[in-house]
Design a protein around this ligand. Structure first.
Ligand SMILES: Cc1ncc(COP(=O)(O)O)c(C=O)c1O
Length: 391
C-alpha cells in the first residue's frame, strides 16, 4: 500500500507516524533463568525468534526491497545463521566479516562490500573469494577497485541528509552532489561497471523523509549514469531503520510506505536492496551487567557498572538512550553512571534517574540491546568481553 503526501501529512498531524506497535522484547524469564545459573561477566541474551520476526516484518513493509543485513550490528554466528535461514543477504565492512559468512556457506553473490574505503589487499581477498559488488564514494577508490577487479560491479555512496538520526553517519562518507558528474565520467572513461547508487540516512533514523530524499537523489543520478552510457541497475537504500528505546520512532510500516512510494516508478529490472542492521537484531536481546560500586562525589551520586563505553555501551555517547531496568523499588534520583575502566571518557550517563537504593552487586537490565553493544566491546584495561548467548 502506498501513501500520498496528504495522507501522510494527516498521519503526522494525528501523531500516527510513531510506532505504537507493541514492541516484542526477549521474555525476561530467560534472563532470570540465566542469572540463577551464575554471573561472571556482562552478557547479551538473544532470542533468535525475534530476529526472525523482525526480518519478516521488514520484508512485509517493503516487499520490493531485499534486506542485506549489516554484519557489524551483531556478528554472532547464530544470529547470522538465523538471518541466512530467513533468506537475508549481507553487507560487510571487512574481510573478517566476509570470512564469517563464507564459513556459514553464504554465497559471495549475496555479499555486498559496503565500506567506501577499503585497503587494496582487502579488495584482492574479497575478489578472490568471489564478491562481486563494491561500494565507493571517491575517484581514488573507483580507480583502486578497477585496478584490482576490472569487472567489479560498483555502487556509488552519495551524501544524504542525516537529520533526525541518533547516530549520524554523514560527513565521513558519501560523495557530495557537486562531485558526482566527475565520478560518472571517470567511470565511463574507465569502462567501469558503475551499476548503482547507495546512501545511509544515519543509524537509528527517526526521520523517514531522509529515505525519500536519498531515493529522489539516486533516481536523478541514474539518469546521468544512463546518459553517460552506464547501466544502473541497483538501488541500495542502506540502513538506519530505528528501534524502540526511549524516544518515539516511526514504525517500519511508515518508513515502508514512504520508500514504496518513492521507488514505485523504478523499472522492474532495477534491483532494490537495503542494509538494515539495528532493526533486525536490537529488540531480540537483553544486555545484563552489574553495579561494581557506588559513591558520592561533590554531592552527586555515582554508580560504576562492569560494562561501560569499552564494554558494549558506547552508543550512549552519541545520545542513544536505553531503557534501564533494575530490581530496586526506591524513589528515582539522578545518578552519574560510569564504566569500570580507568579512562575518564568511560562515563555513560549524567543525571540518569534510577532508584536511590541501588547498591554494589545489583543487576542492570537493558532491553532491546542486541545491536552495536557486544559488537563494539573490547578488552581495554583487561576487562573481559561480554558473553553472547543465543536462544
Ligand atoms: C554501510 C552501512 N550499511 C548499513 C549499516 C547499518 O545501519 P543500521 O544498523 O542503522 O541499520 C551501516 C551502519 O553503520 C553502514 O555503515
Amino acid at each position: 500500500m502506498q501513501m500520498h503526501a496528504t495522507a501522510l501529512r494527516k498521519k503526522v498531524e494525528a501523531n500516527e507516524v510513531f510506532d505504537t506497535h507493541p514492541e516484542v522484547s526477549l521474555d525476561f524469564e530467560h534472563v532470570r533463568t540465566a542469572l540463577k545459573k551464575s554471573y561472571s561477566r556482562p552478557f547479551l541474551l538473544v532470542d533468535s525468534s525475534i530476529v526472525r520476526n523482525k526480518t519478516r516484518r521488514f520484508k512485509i513493509a517493503m516487499p520490493r526491497v531485499k534486506p542485506h543485513y549489516a554484519v557489524k550490528a551483531n556478528p554472532h554466528p547464530r544470529v547470522l545463521q538465523t538471518l541466512i535461514e530467513e533468506g537475508v543477504g549481507f553487507e560487510i565492512a571487512s574481510i573478517s566479516e566476509l570470512d564469517l559468512l563464507i564459513n556459514l556457506n553464504v554465497s559471495p553473490k549475496e555479499i555486498y562490500y559496503s565500506n567506501p574505503m577499503k585497503s587494496r589487499n582487502y579488495i584482492e581477498y574479497a575478489a578472490s573469494k568471489g564478491v562481486e559488488w563494491y561500494v565507493f564514494d571517491s575517484i581514488e577508490e573507483l580507480r583502486k577497485i578497477v585496478s584490482i577487479k576490472p569487472d567489479a560491479k560498483m555502487y556509488l555512496r552519495i551524501d544524504t541528509p542525516n537529520i533526525g538520526s541518533d547516530w549520524p553517519l554523514a560527513g565521513k562518507f558519501g560523495t557530495h552532489l557537486s562531485e558526482i558528474k566527475e565520478i560518472i565520467s571517470e567511470a565511463a572513461k574507465l569502462k567501469a561497471d558503475l551499476a548503482g547508487v547507495t546512501f545511509h540516512v544515519g543509524s537509528q533514523c527517526r526521520n523517514p523523509q531522509n529515505w525519500r530524499v536519498g531515493i529522489e537523489r539516486a533516481k536523478k543520478i541514474f539518469i546521468s549514469m544512463r546518459r553517460a552510457g552506464l547501466n544502473p541497475r541497483l538501488l541500495n537504500i542502506g540502513g538506519g531503520y530505528p528501534v524502540r528505546h526511549i524516544k518515539p520512532i516511526p514504525s517500519i510500516e511508515i518508513i515502508g510506505e514512504i520508500v514504496n512510494t518513492a521507488i514505485a516508478d523504478l523499472p522492474e529490472d532495477v534491483c532494490i536492496m537495503a542494509e538494515p542492521g539495528r532493526y533486525l537484531v536490537s529488540d531480540s536481546a537483553y544486555f545484563v551487567c552489574r553495579v561494581v560500586g557506588t559513591t558520592t562525589r561533590k554531592g552527586k551520586r555515582w554508580m560504576y557498572w562492569d560494562a561501560g563505553i569499552f564494554g558494549g555501551m558506547i552508543e550512549v555517547t552519541e545520545g542513544l538512550r536505553y531503557e534501564i531496568l533494575t530490581d530496586r523499588k526506591g524513589a528515582c534520583i539522578p545518578w552519574d553512571i560510569a564504566g569500570p575502566t580507568c579512562d575518564s571518557v568511560d562515563i555513560l550517563m549524567r543525571e540518569e534517574m534510577l532508584p536511590s537504593d541501588m547498591q554494589e552487586g545489583d543487576f542492570i537490565y537493558i532491553p532491546n540491546a542486541g545491536a552495536y553493544t557486544t559488537a563494539y566491546a573490547c578488552n581495554f584495561n583487561g576487562f573481559p568481553l561480554p558473553d553472547v548467548v543465543v536462544l
